[in-house]
Design a protein around this ligand. Structure first.
Ligand SMILES: [Fe+2]
Ligand SMILES: [Fe+2]
Length: 189
């Protein structure tokens, strides 16, 4: 299985759909790890560098947890499109600074938490999936919290950061509307 079309085509089963979703989660976590690694090189303070390294560790572990869940469920690891990230970037534009990357991370992390909480509260999931979701949500909530605190601090020093947050939130809303129009759920990291 190598793409979405194969996983969701006419012969797809419920297992295929779950495997596709878990591959979406895995890909979003890998994407997140890459973004955090790029950000960690731009951090200006030791405290932010330390938080970003912890964050990087978390996203890599999350990618591994979804990989292991897929293997436990008999699924394969395959590449999937990342529609949320693509729509978000197309509306926000190319990030040119650490502030841009932080605001994009904030909205994306919030989407990730919403997706995982929604999954946990939705149709009954297997014990493996529930345990994985609970472990990851705890980390994701910290990601949202520390990025929010970092941005609050930056805003106190530079009011223009508030405008970037508004721009990222608007890009997130537009990405969400487009994905909903296409019948797919946004998956952050
Ligand atoms: Fe994550
Ligand atoms: Fe995260």
């Amino acid at each position: 299985m190598t793409d979405q079309a194969t996983a969701t085509g006419p012969t797809a089963t419920a297992g295929d759909d779950l495997h596709w979703l878990l591959n979406q989660y895995r890909a979003a976590e890998v994407h997140g790890a890459g973004a955090i690694m790029r950000m960690s090189k731009l951090a200006e303070t030791s405290a932010l560098r330390a938080s970003l390294v912890r964050h990087l560790r978390d996203e890599a572990v999350h990618a591994w947890l979804w990989t292991r869940a897929l293997e436990d469920l008999g699924g394969e690891v395959f590449t999937v499109p990342e529609p949320y990230q693509q729509h978000l970037s197309s509306h926000y534009g190319i990030p040119r600074s650490l502030d841009d990357m932080l605001v994009l991370t904030l909205v994306s992390e919030k989407r990730g938490v919403a997706q995982y909480v929604n999954h946990l509260d939705g149709a009954p999931a297997s014990k493996t999936i529930q345990q994985t979701l609970r472990a990851i949500i705890k980390d994701e909530e910290w990601h949202v919290r520390y990025i929010r605190e970092e941005l609050d601090d930056r805003m106190r020093r530079n009011r223009s950061v508030a405008g970037l947050i508004e721009r990222a939130e608007a890009a997130d809303e537009r990405a969400l509307a487009e994905l909903k129009a296409h019948g797919s759920a946004p998956i952050g990291w």
